[in-house]
Write a protein that binds this ligand. Structure first.
Ligand code: NAD
Length: 244
């Protein structure tokens, strides 16, 4: 089984992605701060149908100094790492003029610094092991302005810029890196967003509906698969046409 690390694989989009990958032949290593009942059920389901396909490793990605140790340990415990899905992320909605500095710093740390540091350590292994695939969870907030999401949008645009340049550094060693940019999807993260924010997104949807976690999982599965071998440095939006 090919090993794929899915950060934030304990709930929401990360769990939808982890479920999909564990049921389609991958061994998922989900990383998140803590277990929850939804994750336990998903792992039990996976154990029933595809034994050994879903593992959980508790880790706080804010601790960027410990990420190199984590990656070394994962390589030792699971073997070659084929894929990395940088999904873990946080969001605070708020007007920039009123946003406390600690929230700005936390958004940048979790949404930008942690995935970049994790990617750095994982690509070192992938280079030695003959290649791999990386998928970053961006957001349509990287392309479309939403009042209240300026800092969040900045972090997501950062990951797209990061992927485009890194694709040119690591393509020659057989590593593809792409981003998936979801629109508004019902998860714990979006529960905290205001009705006004949700209406802004729905109004802009060409298909007049919201995308779902399974749609995002489809895109991630595609980018990890053999059919995407000549796709790198790009972005797939999964937003029911909000940015169309
Ligand atoms: P969520 O809040 O439901 O889940 C976030 C996950 O990240 C959880 O598993 C959480 O444990 C993990 N996480 C957060 N901080 C962490 C840390 N310090 N260490 C380890 N794990 C940590 O969010 P979601 O809606 O599933 O979003 C997943 C990704 O998709 C995020 O990057 C988000 O920005 C992006 N996204 C979501 C939407 C949406 O509408 N839900 C839209 C566009 C992009």
């Amino acid at each position: 089984m090919r090993n794929v690390i899915v950060t934030g694989g304990s709930r929401g989009l990360g769990l939808a992605i982890a479920r999909r990958l564990s049921s389609t032949g991958y061994r998922v290593i989900a990383i998140a701060r803590k277990q929850n009942p939804e994750l336990t059920t998903a792992m039990q389901d996976a154990e029933g149908s595809n034994p050994g396909s879903f593992h959980f490793v508790p880790f706080d990605l804010a601790e960027t100094d410990n990420i190199s140790c984590l990656v070394r340990q994962l390589r030792k415990d699971y073997g070659v790492i084929y894929g990395l899905v940088n999904n873990a992320g946080i969001s605070f909605e708020g007007l920039l003029a009123l946003m406390p500095a600690h929230q700005i710093e936390q958004l940048v740390r979790i949404n930008v610094v942690s995935p970049i540091v994790l990617t750095k350590h994982v690509i070192r292994l992938m280079m030695a092991d003959g290649g791999g695939r990386i998928v970053n969870l961006a957001s349509i907030a990287a392309f479309t302005g939403y009042s209240g999401l300026s800092v969040y949008g900045a972090t997501k645009a950062s990951m797209i810029g990061f992927s485009r340049s890194l694709a040119r550094e690591i393509g020659r060693v057989g590593i593809n890196i792409n981003s998936v940019a979801p629109g508004f999807i019902e998860t714990d993260m979006t529960k905290t967003l205001s009705d006004d924010m949700r209406q802004q997104v729905e109004r802009r949807s060409a298909l007049r509906r919201l995308a779902e976690g399974k749609d995002v999982a489809n895109a991630v599965e595609f980018l990890l698969g053999d059919n995407a071998r000549n796709i790198t440095g790009t972005v797939i939006t999964v937003d029911a046409g909000s940015t169309a």
